[in-house]
Design a protein around this ligand. Structure first.
Ligand code: PGD
Length: 770
């Protein structure tokens, strides 16, 4: 039979799907990508996996007893129904909730990465649909960088000034002499860009910088947070104490007269207040390298030597997003800016600070003049939001007040939760608490291609297509290629596109003309491409081919706009003409605004605030190991956990957990053993990997193994598969950002000697036909 190749894209890179007899038999990297992501190996085996949802399903209890709070979610069988029945039942329920309780009773934030593709983007489709009905309670910021995106506007101004317009990789390659990386630059993360990436240049740039003579310092509990080839000096502080180390670096700069006073005077406000804190003016505690050593275990002499090197060289300070995904996560990004300001190199090529090189692929890639097309979402009439990571709080505490970025807000009373394109059992913390929260609403609806744990906890489950089963346009704001994502295979079972599911619901609810605007899939693609092409020319860009040519060619290249971008270059050149969007127009080392909020957990300048769970807290008497629950290497979040690469890393079917030999030996743990990881919040099984690539008293278990409770009826059941979010705590980073603090928790680990429970996470749930 003839084989055909179709160009396509994913969040982890463009690829060609090789199709034979309607089946994807292989996936090949995009020919111009010099460093394709290994995650491509997860795609082909997933498309027809038994974990796909084949037809609409309704939870038996919801069908029998009707909508209402129910602790049996996740433990009851499902009833297969036709699309017509599912649409009818759901339309009736949506009508009831909107009529009786209004748009503020519908949570449609639906956090999640979904899939690449500008038109079929799951959340955009959901939001557009719910807006046609009157709106929904939305979520704000992200689980990825929620603390960063709230703190930085207070410190350096808009998003554009610190994320989208980060100093470009080619500039780092040519100019940076010393790259100090808090949290490292794990290449696995640079492989991923929301919306897709056609090239992965980070490795080449790092190699070239190293070949030129750039030096690297890795500050992280994990040695492989930096590729070996850069030959980094590895500092492994006690997890969660980076702030103390940064303060001690700052202290040394001040103490030894190395701080750039001219820069601080001209471009910053509030350094005096911060300097007083450094010297211990009010609390009597100078933040000396010796003080920091007590907390971080980094020798004072090492800190001093690093501070001197930083002052002597063109130094770039990078903070990975993992450092802000912990309690008080606002502090490290703020402190990095402060340190960089003290070095006086902000706005110079290869100097200053970066936030998230190594956290996602787009950081360091200059933005396009005109971002890729996006589906218009309409107007949200509900005018209510929560910071994303407060979803369980919202469901558990309706009507209660909470703080957020200087405002006092109230949690809405949610009756219906609608999730499409995300998996809270992957991204949220304290899953036992999440399960109690998910028992509260009347109805939960999920669209997903797979029987993820979130789908299992829904009442109405609608099977969505995967990208290879539909037509779309792929692109992202920092990638120079737009991809024609032509459908390669038929949908699995009765799966449908989110757009078509919402189209039928919209028709049943009388809003179809507003939702579809009379267009089908291809008409929408033509319209989105056409609008983008016009905007590009208006913005001074090149004239690109018409849609039909683009579709036939498979891709179109858009030239890079500013490959030599230097963050805050204009501001440095003339702060009066290019002020920052902060109240003072300058870098706010002390923020009057934040100070006035009066938050104990986020004062007016960067500060060391001991976390609740770290190796210095009394809880170590019971839980003596520090868990780092970071992003995985073998899949994107929980996506395609069933895929070949993800499966290849499992140990006796469990997610691998790394542990240092000095912690493994007294517990009798060897590589390949199954272990139980536990604390007061929960427990999970994992597969041990004993290695000195992790610092002692620390264990690492990545997120993304599908939650698999031993007893599905028990919210506190052990997860037999290794999802670390049964262990993490569900508390905002601080009253300022209320962001995800899921990276860290204290735990104990023991060898598992009981019978090994089977993995059932990928088996469809029990079905009870009617
Ligand atoms: P994904 O696994 O990407 O995780 O959390 P997120 O919820 O984004 O979930 C995407 C879901 O969308 C999958 O179930 C997939 O099957 C589904 N999907 C894909 N395509 C489609 C589609 O076309 N239609 C529909 N309807 N569904 C689709 C990620 C979040 O987790 C993030 S970004 C971060 S950075 C956080 N990191 C951590 C961490 O470091 N540590 C902890 N402990 N916890 C974290 N959680 C956060």
């Amino acid at each position: 039979m003839a084989r055909e190749r179709r160009l396509h894209t994913s969040h982890w890179g463009a690829f060609e799907a090789e199709v034979e007899d309607g089946v994807v038999v292989a996936v090949h990297p995009f020919q111009h990508d010099r460093d394709p992501s290994p995650l491509l190996a997860n795609i082909s085996g997933s498309l027809r996996h038994r974990a796909r949802i084949a037809q609409p399903m309704v939870r038996a209890g919801w069908l029998d007893r009707g909508p209402g709070p129910d602790g049996r979610r996740g433990a009851e069988p499902f009833v297969p129904v036709s699309w017509a029945t599912a649409t009818d039942l759901l339309a009736r329920e949506l009508r009831r909730v909107y009529a009786d309780h209004g748009a503020r009773a519908v949570y449609g934030g639906s956090y999640g990465w979904a899939s690449a593709g500008r038109f079929h983007h799951a959340q955009s489709q959901l939001h557009r649909f719910l807006n046609c009905l009157g709106g929904f309670v939305r979520g704000q910021h992200t689980y990825s960088n929620g603390a960063l995106t709230v703190i930085m506007p207070h410190v350096v101004g808009s998003m554009r000034d610190f994320l989208d317009r980060a100093t470009a990789w080619p500039v780092i390659e040519r100019h940076t002499e010393l790259f100090v990386c808090f949290g490292g630059i794990p290449l696995k993360n640079t492989m991923v860009s929301p919306g897709g990436a056609t090239r992965h240049p980070a490795r080449d740039h790092l190699r070239a910088a190293r070949a030129r003579g750039a030096e690297f310092v890795l500050v992280s509990p994990l040695r492989d947070d930096m590729p070996d080839f850069v030959g980094a000096e590895w500092l492994a502080p006690v997890p969660g104490t980076d702030l103390a180390l940064m303060l001690a670096l700052a202290y040394t700069l001040v103490d030894e007269g190395l701080a750039d006073r001219e820069f601080l005077d001209r471009y910053c406000v509030g350094f005096e207040r911060f300097e007083g804190y450094l010297r211990g003016a009010r609390d009597g505690c100078a933040k000396t390298p010796e003080w920091a050593q007590q907390l971080s275990e980094i020798p004072a002499a090492t800190t001093q030597a690093l501070a001197r090197r930083m002052a002597a060289k063109r130094t770039l300070i990078n903070v990975s997003w993992s450092l802000q995904r912990i309690e008080h996560g606002e502090q490290a990004p703020w402190m990095a800016v402060t340190l960089a300001a003290m070095l006086g190199q902000i706005g110079l090529p290869g100097g200053g600070f970066g936030q998230g090189y190594g956290s996602l692929g787009y950081v360091g890639r200059a933005p396009l003049r005109v971002g890729p097309p996006a589906l218009p979402q309409g107007e949200n009439g509900a005018h209510a939001f929560i910071p994303y990571a407060r979803v369980a709080d919202m469901l558990l505490h309706p009507g209660e007040p909470f703080d957020f970025d200087g405002r006092r807000l109230t949690y809405p009373d949610i009756r219906l939760v609608y999730w499409s394109g995300g998996n809270p059992f992957h991204h949220h913390q304290d899953l036992g608490r999440l399960r109690r929260a998910l028992a509260r609403p009347d109805t939960i609806v999920v669209h997903d291609p797979f029987w993820t744990p979130m789908a299992r906890h829904a009442d109405v489950v609608l099977p969505a297509t995967m990208t290879l089963e539909r037509n779309d346009i792929g692109g992202s704001p920092n990638d120079t290629c737009l991809i024609a994502m032509r459908q390669a295979v038929e949908p699995h079972g009765q799966a449908r596109n989110d757009f078509d599911i919402f189209g039928d619901l919209a028709a049943a609810l009388g809003v179809e003309p507003r939702f579809t605007e009379g267009r089908d899939e291809m008409a929408w693609l033509r319209r989105l491409y056409g609008g983008w092409r016009e905007r590009l020319v208006e913005g001074g860009g090149p004239a690109l081919p018409p849609f039909e040519e683009f579709w036939a060619a498979g891709l179109v290249e858009v030239p890079d706009v500013d490959a030599d971008l230097v963050l805050l270059e204009d501001f440095r050149a003339d702060p009066a003409r290019a002020p920052l969007q902060t109240p003072s127009g300058r870098i706010e080392i002390f923020s009057d605004t934040i100070d006035r909020f009066g938050y104990k957990d986020c004062p007016g300048h960067p500060a060391w605030l001991p976390p609740t769970e770290w190796l210095g807290s009394p809880l170590t008497a019971r839980y003596p190991l520090h868990l780092v629950a970071n992003n995985p290497t073998t899949r994107l979040h929980s996506q395609l956990d069933v895929g070949a690469l993800s499966q290849s890393a499992k140990i006796q079917g469990r997610e691998p957990m790394r542990i240092h030999p000095t912690d493994a030996a007294p517990r009798g743990i060897r590589s390949g053993d199954v272990v139980r990881v536990f604390n007061d919040r929960g427990s999970c099984l994992a597969g041990a990997v004993v290695t000195d690539a992790i610092r002692p008293r620390t264990v690492q278990l990545a997120t993304g193994a599908w939650y698999d409770p031993l007893d599905p009826a028990d919210p506190d059941a052990m997860c037999v598969h290794g999802n670390p979010n049964v262990l993490t705590f569900d508390r905002g980073t601080s009253s300022l950002a209320q962001a995800c603090s899921g990276q860290h928790a204290l735990v104990e680990v023991e060898r598992w000697t009981g019978p090994l429970p089977p993995i059932r996470a990928y088996d469809p749930p029990p079905v009870s036909p009617r």
